[in-house]
Design a protein around this ligand. Structure first.
Ligand code: FAD
Length: 285
C-alpha cells in the first residue's frame, strides 16, 4: 500500500480544482483494501477512481482518500472475456479489446474513467453502456469486510446508476466484461470516429468533468441551457461552456464552491422556464 501525506488532489479531479487531503492511500492489491479498513477503520474515507466525475467542494479534507488507479490495474484476457482490477483506465481497456480483436468497448476509448468508476456510474454513450458487457464483479463489503461477488442481475444497472452508487459501503475490486469477436480494422475505425465526433462537440480547452446533469426524459440538457442564453455564463472561475452548454468548465481557477453555485443558478433558471428539476450526475465530495 502506498501512503501519501498532505496529498495534492488537483491532478486527481478532472475539473483540476485545487484541494488537498491529509492522507491518501493507493492500494496495490485486494489485501491492501482490507488492511486499510482494519488498521485505519476509524477514519472517514473518500473513494476516487479517475476523479473524472467529481466536484471537490472543499479546499482541504481531513478525511482519508482512497485513490483506486494505476497502482491497482492488473488485467487478464481469456477468450472474449477481460477481467481487470478496478483502477485500470477504460481507454486502456478499449485498446486491450482492440489488441485481442474484441468489440464492445469502442465508446470507452473517449470516456475518461477507471473501470470501477464506470461500473459505479454505469458509464456509456451513443446507446452503449458498461452494463451491456458486465458479467460479474468482486467487491469489498465494508459491512463485514468480506470480499463478495455480484452478478449482472444483482448489480441493478440503470441510466448512470448502479447497485454500487446506491450502496457506497461496497468497493468494486475486480470486474469481468464479456465482449464479442470483431474485425480490428472496423473496431479501430469505430474508436476513431467516436473520438472525432465527441471532440467536435465537447469542450477540450478547459478542464471539466463531462456532462453536469443527468438527461431528463424527452429533453436535451445542453439545448435547454443554451436556449436560456447561459452559454458563457459564469460564477467565479466556473463557466457554462461556450461550446456545449451541458458542460461546466474551470475557466479561471474555479473553486468547488464556484462550480456548485453555478449549478444552483442553472437549476433555478431551468426550473423557472421548463418546470424541470435537473439532477446532478457528478458526485459532490
Ligand atoms: C470529458 C469528459 C467526458 C465524459 N463523457 C462521459 C460520457 O460520455 N458518458 C458517461 O457516462 N460519463 C462521461 N463522463 C463522466 C465520467 O467519465 C464517468 O462518470 C466515469 O465513469 C467516472 O469514472 P471515474 O473512475 O473517474 O470515477 P470517479 O469520478 O473517481 O468516481 C465516481 C464515483 O464512483 C465512486 N467510485 C470510483 N471508483 C470506485 C470503486 N472502485 N468502488 C466503489 N466506488 C467507486 C466514487 O466514490 C464516486 O462516487 C465524462 C467525463 C469527462 C471528464
Amino acid at each position: 500500500m502506498i501512503l501519501k501525506e498532505n496529498q495534492d488532489l488537483t491532478l486527481y479531479n478532472n475539473y483540476r480544482i485545487e484541494a488537498f487531503c491529509k492522507r491518501a492511500f493507493l492500494p496495490q492489491n485486494e489485501d491492501d483494501f482490507i488492511e486499510l479498513y482494519t488498521v485505519h477503520r476509524d477514519s472517514k474515507k473518500i473513494i476516487l477512481g479517475g476523479g473524472y466525475n467529481v466536484i471537490l467542494s472543499k479546499k482541504y479534507y481531513e478525511e482519508d482518500f482512497l485513490l483506486i488507479g494505476e497502482t491497482f490495474a492488473q488485467y487478464k484476457v481469456t477468450g472474449n472475456v477481460i477481467e481487470a482490477e478496478a483502477g485500470i483506465e477504460m481507454k486502456k481497456m478499449s485498446e486491450l479489446a482492440l489488441a485481442h480483436n474484441l468489440s464492445g468497448l469502442e465508446v470507452f476509448y473517449d470516456i475518461p474513467s477507471s473501470l470501477g468508476g464506470a461500473i459505479v456510474m454505469n458509464a456509456g454513450a451513443s446507446g452503449s453502456e458498461i452494463k451491456d458487457h458486465f458479467l460479474r464483479a468482486r467487491y469489498l463489503d465494508l459491512d463485514d469486510l468480506k470480499v463478495k461477488e455480484i452478478t449482472k442481475d444483482e448489480a441493478n444497472f440503470e441510466y448512470r446508476n448502479s447497485f454500487f452508487q446506491k450502496n457506497t459501503n461496497k468497493i468494486v475490486l475486480k470486474v469481468w466484461l464479456e465482449l464479442i469477436s470483431g474485425d480490428p480494422v472496423l473496431i479501430r475505425e469505430k474508436m476513431d470516429d467516436i473520438k472525432t465526433s465527441r471532440w467536435a462537440k465537447q469542450p477540450k480547452d478547459y478542464p471539466n468533468a463531462g456532462s453536469v446533469f443527468k438527461r431528463p426524459e424527452g429533453h436535451y440538457v445542453g439545448t435547454m441551457i443554451e436556449k436560456l442564453g447561459l452559454k458563457g455564463f459564469s460564477v467565479g472561475g466556473a463557466q457554462v461552456s461556450t461550446k456545449h452548454a451541458g458542460f461546466i468548465v474551470n475557466y479561471n481557477n474555479a473553486t468547488g464552491e464556484d462550480v456548485l453555485n453555478l449549478i444552483k443558478e442553472i437549476q433555478e433558471k431551468v426550473y423557472q422556464e421548463y418546470n424541470i428539476n435537473l439532477e446532478v450526475e457528478q458526485r459532490i465530495i
